[in-house]
Every structure is written in structure tokens, then in C-alpha cells.
Design a protein around this ligand. Structure first.
Ligand SMILES: Cc1cc2nc3c(=O)[nH]c(=O)nc-3n(C[C@H](O)[C@H](O)[C@H](O)COP(=O)(O)OP(=O)(O)OC[C@H]3O[C@@H](n4cnc5c(N)ncnc54)[C@H](O)[C@@H]3O)c2cc1C
Length: 349
């Protein structure tokens, strides 16, 4: 890690006593300084580049120590403190760090991005200036099919031959809409009106300033597999190329406790307990042993009864359970943890 200040300096003096001037060094990150202004390419013609920033991992530690007092310093190392803060959602210290980015994003993706209200934004104005002459193009092998399970999502790819035709149509549409836009401007139509038929694939640019707490929130939502692939690409680059360099301890903790962690609902905890301990978690699977075959059959049956009691197991057509989103989410977590799905055989089994 390359931070250039002693994060504990200020906090060693009680706040009220620190009235004598002291020379301070502005906290920085050598790794982030090394990429200031460098555009990281995203999609075919988009980018993210860091324009400015304030603070580093040390600034988070420094702010936290003000709230915890000197004593805590002996207990926690910086890394341990940052990890503690993130694990326990003590979030305000992360707001001490800020970053300003210059981004170039297709408008459909920007429409999702701009929903994050906790940033400060200034966007390129297509009332004032001509719209950026670039649209996001889709390569022939990157047309995705509609997901069957998630109405908002996609899965799989169309075959490349069909994709080639779709990409040709896309190029025609983008060229034609640009031609019409240019024609309107030539005829004297105001830019604010001429733009109305430009496609959502048109790139826009913005300055986007956000604090680290809200940036992590953005990344948690937009790096997630439920987010649209295009914005996921921006979030991934922002995380891996920018936050990792800027605040490496925070980035590590964020991966450990947010993106790579697993949250269990009360119902899922009950299913797992039943799997391991049978119908009565307090009594355990006495005699049969949770690891034994008898114990595991008893556990599976108990977990299935739990799922039934939650209304997750309604018989559907063709010998399968009716679709149930909460059950599906629980199944994904059980699979990730290496468990067999106890009710997998379906109602007719
Ligand atoms: C996978 C996915 C699918 C989505 N689908 C849709 C959709 O179909 N339709 C749609 O309209 N949107 C959709 N969204 C957008 C979503 O509902 C949020 O608007 C967006 O993710 C911004 O999240 P946020 O409000 O938490 O972030 P921010 O605006 O950055 O806010 C951060 C946090 O600050 C607090 N906060 C900010 N402003 C307020 C406020 N005014 N009042 C109270 N608390 C506030 C909240 O705690 C909030 O979580 C989707 C988002 C994702 C990730």
C-alpha cells in the first residue's frame, strides 16, 4: 500500500486540544496518482478516468479514530480497523474519501448510472453542443438472449450469423439517425430539439464526483450479476482499476464482506439449521449424527418440511415445483455452500 501520511497523527491529540498549528501532508495514493487522467477503455468507445481525488485508506482510519478515541488504536491495526468498519457498516469514515471521474457512457447505461443520487454530476449538454458523434456498437457474437428466469436479465448468446445481421441493422440505424440529426441542424433546428431521435446507444460524457461510501454502494449494486452487463463493465473497471489502487485495504474488505459474501435470510438460516440439526435445532440430531447417512436423510426431510412451511414447495406441472423466486435464491446459496438441494426431486418423487 502506498499512502503518504500517518493516519493517526491528528487523532493522537484530543480534538479540542489540537488548536496549535501543525504542518500536515495531504493524504494521497501513489498508485492512484500514477493513473490520474489515464482513460480506461470500457465497451467499444467508452472510458473512465480519474480527474481528482481526496483521501486514502489512512483518511478512513484517521476519521474512525476520532470517533473511537486513542484507546482503539492499540487494539486495531489499520487493516483490522477498516475491515471492522466495513463489516459492521460503520460507514461515515468512508465518506472522508472522495473521487472525481470523467466518464464516457452510452445513454442507456447512463440512465441507470444517474439513478445514484448521492453523487455530484455535470453532464455534457446536447442543448448547448452537438451530440457526441459516437454510438455503442454490438459485435456480432455479443447479442444476448432474454433470460427465462429473470425478466430484467439476459443469458446466453444468439448465434453469430444472426448476430452479424443484427449488427449490420444496428450500424444502418445509427448512421441514419445521425444523418437525420445532422440534417436537422443544417436546416436550423435547435440542438435541444434536433437530438430527440438519437438512439440510446449514443455516448454521453460527464464529470461524476462521489464519496467512497456511496461509490462502494454503487459498485455493490452495479458489479452484481443482476445488473446489466454494460454497466457491470464500468463498475468492474472502476473497482479493479481505480478503487483497488486508491484504497487497497478498503477494496480488499469490500470484496470479502460485500461482493464475495453471502447473506442469509431468517428462512434460509432455518433451512440450513434443519439440514444440519433436524426438526429441533436445540436438540440436534442426537444418535443419528449430522454427518451420518441417517442424519443426512433426516436433515433433508426436516429442511424440506421447513421449505414447505414457507410456501416454497407448491406442486406445479410436469412433476416439478412451481417457480418460486425465494426458493430459487435459497437453492443458489445452498449450491454455493456445497449442499445438495434437499427437495430437488420434485413433488412426484
Ligand atoms: C439490478 C437493478 C435493477 C433495477 N431496476 C429498476 C427498475 O426496474 N426501475 C427503476 O426505476 N429503478 C431500478 N433500479 C434502480 C434502483 O431502484 C435504484 O434507484 C438505484 O440502484 C440507485 O440506488 P440507491 O437509491 O440505493 O442509490 P443512491 O441514490 O446513490 O442512494 C444511496 C443511498 O442513499 C439513501 N438515499 C438517497 N436518496 C434518498 C432519498 N431521497 N430518500 C431516502 N434515502 C435516500 C438510500 O439509503 C440509498 O440506498 C434498479 C437497480 C438495480 C441495481
Amino acid at each position: 500500500m502506498s499512502t503518504s501520511t500517518d493516519p493517526t497523527r491528528e487523532s493522537e491529540a484530543p480534538a479540542a486540544a489540537s488548536q496549535t498549528p501543525e504542518s500536515l501532508v495531504r493524504p494521497s495514493s501513489e498508485d492512484l496518482d500514477g493513473i490520474l487522467g489515464k482513460p480506461f477503455k470500457v465497451l467499444d468507445d467508452g472510458f473512465i478516468r480519474v480527474v481528482d481525488y481526496m483521501g486514502n485508506d489512512g483518511s478512513i482510519v484517521q476519521a474512525a479514530r476520532v470517533s473511537y478515541g486513542q484507546g482503539t488504536k492499540r487494539v486495531h491495526e489499520d487493516r483490522g480497523l477498516i475491515r471492522y468498519l466495513l463489516r459492521h457498516r460503520h460507514t461515515t469514515p468512508f465518506e472522508m474519501c472522495e473521487i472525481k471521474l470523467h466518464v464516457r457512457v452510452p445513454m442507456d447505461c447512463w440512465r441507470q448510472w444517474i439513478r445514484h443520487r448521492t453523487a455530484n454530476v455535470n453532464e455534457y449538454s446536447t442543448r448547448y453542443s452537438e451530440a457526441i458523434d459516437a454510438s455503442q456498437r454490438t459485435p456480432a457474437d455479443e447479442w444476448r438472449t432474454q433470460s427465462a428466469g429473470n425478466r430484467q436479465g439476459s443469458e446466453g448468446r444468439l448465434d453469430a450469423e444472426l448476430g452479424r445481421r443484427l449488427s449490420e441493422e444496428e450500424a444502418e440505424l445509427q448512421a441514419r439517425s445521425r444523418e437525420i440529426y445532422a440534417h436537422r441542424l443544417e436546416q436550423g433546428v435547435a440542438r435541444e430539439q434536433a437530438r430527440k431521435d438519437l438512439p440510446l446507444s449514443t455516448y454521453t460524457e460527464a464529470y461524476w464526483k462521489v464519496d467512497l461510501h456511496n461509490l462502494l454502494h454503487f459498485l455493490a449494486l452495479r458489479m452484481d450479476s443482476h445488473a446489466q452487463l454494460e454497466i457491470r463493465e464500468y463498475a468492474r473497471i472502476l473497482g479493479e482499476e481505480v478503487v483497488r489502487r486508491w484504497c487497497p485495504l478498503t477494496w480488499e474488505a469490500f470484496l470479502d464482506y460485500r461482493t464475495e459474501s453471502l447473506q442469509l435470510t431468517r428462512l434460509e438460516v432455518a433451512v440450513l439449521q434443519a439440514l444440519q440439526l433436524g426438526d429441533d435445532p436445540k436438540a440436534g440430531t442426537e444418535g443419528s449424527g449430522a454427518g451420518s447417512e441417517a442424519g443426512s436423510v433426516a436433515g433433508s426431510e426436516a429442511a424440506t418440511r421447513k421449505a414447505e412451511s414457507f410456501g416454497w414447495l407448491e406442486p406445479g406441472k410436469s412433476g416439478k415445483w412451481k417457480r418460486n423466486r425465494e426458493r430459487a435464491e435459497c437453492e443458489a446459496k445452498l449450491t454455493r455452500l456445497g449442499f445438495q438441494i434437499p427437495w430437488a426431486d420434485g413433488p412426484s418423487a
